[in-house]
Design a protein around this ligand. Structure first.
Ligand code: ADE
Length: 237
């Protein structure tokens, strides 16, 4: 870890507040591996906030029928406004994100950007979505994780958090590892191999066993370009 990064993060860990009707669904992703380590190291703080705690309804309901009719419930503005306003009274937020299939599709560029921010809110969508006035007046960024529909925004929030937290400096012990991921330079990652050097007669490319760092680097770069050309030519444009 670069000492300057540790210093910055030590003073001011990133804070992610996730507003959800299913906080339990989001507990596990943060209890393992890289995300857990990043939290334990104090690089990031993740808070799961139960939207129902901000409902003033007797049943703690957070949804209602859609004006104009039609199937499906709509998340009401009141508890969401109460919750976001309570959070904003405590600190400033760089982004208030809403997870929705009609948002901008998540990519590495967006994750890189989000990982540099101090405080963000992620509001997990549910049912038929939120009252449009929430989107008009509270949300600063709408993110989809792909062109398919999930039963709620929680798994999308987990995906966003995973991609953002793992690239916070210090989250991955091998500093260069996150920088050589697929997409970081608009190229897919090259193939990787480990022991044994031969299995079933299937050999690891000779160059990787040569110990020649510069040649290996060139080979990997060529492989990245070739893989990207074959699988994702759109990235090379
Ligand atoms: N909620 C439901 N589907 C979603 C998707 N694809 N991305 C983000 N949030 C969603």
């Amino acid at each position: 870890m670069h000492p300057a990064h540790r210093y910055i993060n030590y003073l001011c860990p990133m804070r992610i507040d996730i507003i959800t009707v299913l906080p339990q669904l989001l507990e596990s992703p943060f209890q393992h591996s890289i995300l857990r380590r990043a939290i334990d190291k104090g690089l990031v703080e993740v808070n799961l906030i139960n939207l129902r705690d901000y409902s003033t309804q007797k049943q703690k309901s957070v949804d209602d029928y859609a004006f104009g009719g039609g199937a499906g419930m709509v998340m009401t503005i009141e508890p969401i406004a109460n919750c976001i306003n309570a959070l904003k009274a405590e600190r400033d937020y760089d982004e208030v994100i809403y997870t929705s299939p009609d948002g901008e599709t998540l990519n590495q560029r967006t994750s890189n950007h989000l990982s540099t921010l101090n405080n963000i809110i992620i509001l997990c969508g549910h049912y038929k979505g939120v009252d449009q006035r929430v989107r008009d007046h509270f949300i600063t960024k709408e993110i989809s994780i792909g062109d398919y529909v999930l039963s709620g925004g929680e798994l999308a929030a987990a995906v966003i958090c995973d991609s953002v937290i793992r690239i916070i400096p210090g989250a991955i012990s091998d500093e260069t590892s996150a920088l050589t991921d697929s997409f970081q330079d608009n190229l897919l990652a090259p193939p990787v191999y480990t022991r044994p050097a031969e299995f079933n007669g299937w050999k690891v490319p000779e160059i990787l066993l040569s110990g020649h760092a510069e040649k290996i680097e060139n080979w990997r770069h060529e492989q990245s370009i070739e893989r990207t050309r074959q699988r994702r030519p759109d990235l090379l444009e």
